[in-house]
Design a protein around this ligand. Structure first.
Ligand SMILES: [Zn+2]
Length: 110
């Protein structure tokens, strides 16, 4: 090989962009309460658009919550079983659904 070589080749720049994108996407996904790993992979495969999708993800998938009858904690309305106490959950009545709320959402993740 030899000869003058740029400090960063195009390939290395691309890898660096992918990596930064993956880190950003994973971080955003995690902060949104989604999967760090999933968004890390998506953002690595689709640089720049991945983190953007992660940033937009939550609003598009804002899900109604319900209160678990077993432990009174907020769970996602489509969950078949409470992940806190293991209570089986039938499909909720509309009256059981509650609007997503940041404070409830945080508790639901704990
Ligand atoms: Zn429960």
């Amino acid at each position: 090989m030899g000869g003058s070589r740029p400090i960063l080749s195009g390939g290395e720049v691309y890898v660096a962009v992918c990596l930064l994108s993956a880190l950003a996407g994973g971080y955003i996904g995690m902060r949104k309460g989604s999967s760090l790993f999933v968004w890390f992979i998506i953002s690595a495969l689709v640089p720049l658009l991945g983190p953007l999708a992660a940033a937009l993800y939550r609003r598009e998938t804002e899900e109604a919550l319900r209160i678990c009858p077993g432990c009174r904690r907020a769970v996602r309305h489509y969950d078949a079983m409470c992940m806190h106490c293991g209570t089986d959950l039938s499909y909720p009545q509309d009256s059981e659904l509650i609007e997503p709320d940041p404070s409830i959402r945080v508790r639901a993740r704990l």
